[in-house]
Design a protein around this ligand. Structure first.
Ligand SMILES: Cc1cc2nc3c(=O)[nH]c(=O)nc-3n(C[C@H](O)[C@H](O)[C@H](O)COP(=O)(O)OP(=O)(O)OC[C@H]3O[C@@H](n4cnc5c(N)ncnc54)[C@H](O)[C@@H]3O)c2cc1C
Length: 411
């Protein structure tokens, strides 16, 4: 089903993304790791270039909006479906560009103006009218609260309809780009007693009264990315900023809100694949300089420990890449991909943690030193196994799908 080679039509695009990642992200990587919370101003120019490409239709899904599924994609009677054609579309190109950018720097990719996780949420579930209205906004995504992380059905932030607005109250923590973004996609419940079906997401411009950034977090990795606590106090949000349908349909349950994750999890998997590749390339250079020969034609059992470990890590990395491409390919070809998106996220998050740390180990004292980037990549990769659903939560989702059990039956 999947060819591991980059589709021909994206090869030049991937090359260009790699050059951009090298010039704008890798070259500023250490600077903003050390200067936590400082705004990476170099990204403004890059973001303008991406905007320009999007406006001229040349972006090929380079940014967060690339995850939108065309209307034609959803229509089983469309020509593409009827003719059985397969395609590599914007989900595939987004994943490919995110891999390159995170080879450059994960934190800086997360700091790209107008390319937040909230933008992906808007692209995934907004109506065409909303998409047009929110064009150009930089949107963070706020689900997590002090009382829960993984169990997103436990949302306590409330949204109460009052005339032509919803009044939002609650506290959101660990919001990526929460300070720098100009709007936040806030998940809130219309009525806690109605359970998951009443959870909706709202685009909340930060210019509105009643929303404020309380503080920023200091973190292990991705230090160039700002992570904020956001408080909503009687914040009146226009009713038309509710994403998707306002109806509370118990049969639909959480499906609407969760659809976002089918598109964003492959992107986070792609971040992990990119970061792990940076480490693999880094360690390869170091061990080869030290005289280690990596020989794919001989069994690993007769090679040095470093060479054998490298080959094993590379095989793991390839399987994560394959799962990530598969999940994106399915989205482009309008196949339901919830399980594959979770498989990709689980595998890629785990191998990225594993590979980046083992590369630190293989490089010895150099691996632990700030003269190399290996120690940074091992810190940066940790989050990729946590946000957008932890390793354990992805495994739970995959198990539910395989065993055909609901979230109440298997928790
Ligand atoms: C740097 C950073 C950036 C973030 N950015 C965002 C953001 O932009 N927006 C946002 O909304 N959130 C964000 N988060 C929050 C992130 O999504 C949560 O941390 C994550 O969902 C896990 O929640 P938790 O930390 O409360 O852990 P918990 O849910 O308390 O889990 C703790 C541990 O228990 C495990 N666990 C939990 N439930 C189960 C279960 N049923 N079965 C097995 N194991 C289980 C988890 O896997 C984890 O290992 C960010 C977090 C960080 C650290």
């Amino acid at each position: 089903m999947i060819n591991l080679e980059t589709p021909k039509k994206f090869r030049l695009f991937v090359q260009q993304a790699n050059q951009v990642a090298d010039n704008f992200l890798r070259s500023n990587s250490r600077k903003y790791d050390l200067a936590e919370h400082e705004y990476p101003k170099e990204l403004d120019l890059l973001a303008s270039l991406v905007d320009g490409m999007s406006d001229s239709g040349q972006s090929q899904g380079a940014g967060a909006t690339g995850v939108r599924r065309d209307e034609d994609d959803e229509d089983p009677t469309s020509d593409t479906v009827k003719k059985g054609k397969v395609k590599n579309g914007t989900n595939m190109s987004s994943v490919l560009s995110v891999i390159e950018m995170c080879w450059g720097d994960v934190g800086l990719l997360l700091s790209m103006p107008r390319q937040g996780l909230g933008n992906s949420a808007i692209a995934s579930v907004a109506t065409d009218e909303q998409l047009e209205r929110f064009k150009g906004t930089w949107a963070a995504m706020a689900i997590t609260e002090p009382s829960f992380g993984s169990d997103s059905a436990a949302i306590t932030t409330t949204a109460v309809k009052d005339g032509d607005a919803y009044v939002l109250n609650g506290e959101k923590i660990f919001v990526t780009s929460g300070e720098r973004a100009d709007s936040v996609v806030v998940w809130a419940t219309l009525d806690k007693s109605l359970g998951r079906a009443a959870i909706k997401s709202f685009v909340v411009p930060k210019s509105l009264p009643g929303i404020r950034v309380e503080r920023l977090e200091h973190k292990l990795g991705i230090r160039s990315s700002d992570t904020a606590v956001i408080v909503l106090e009687d914040c009146r949000v226009p009713a038309e900023n509710l994403l998707g349908s306002a109806d509370v349909d118990p049969k639909q349950g959480f499906a609407g809100a969760m659809a976002t994750f089918d598109n964003t999890r492959p992107l986070v998997a792609a971040m992990a694949v990119g970061c792990a590749r940076a480490s693999l390339e880094g360690i390869r250079e170091l061990i080869e300089e030290a005289g280690v020969v990596i020989d794919y034609d001989r069994p690993v059992s007769v090679q040095s420990h470093s060479a054998a470990t490298f080959i094993q890590m590379e095989a793991d990395w390839e399987s994560a890449l394959l799962l990530t491409l598969a999940a994106a390919w399915m989205a482009d070809n309008r196949e339901p991909n919830s399980m594959e998106a979770s498989m990709a996220k689980a595998k890629a998050g785990r191998i990225a943690n594993d590979i980046t740390l083992r590369c630190v180990e293989l490089a010895g004292t150099l691996g632990y030193s700030e003269t190399e980037m290996l120690e940074k990549w091992s810190r940066d990769s940790k989050i990729l196994d946590i946000f957008e659903g932890t390793q354990q939560i992805q495994q739970l989702i995959v198990a539910r799908r395989l065993l055909n059990l609901t979230s109440t039956e298997l928790r």
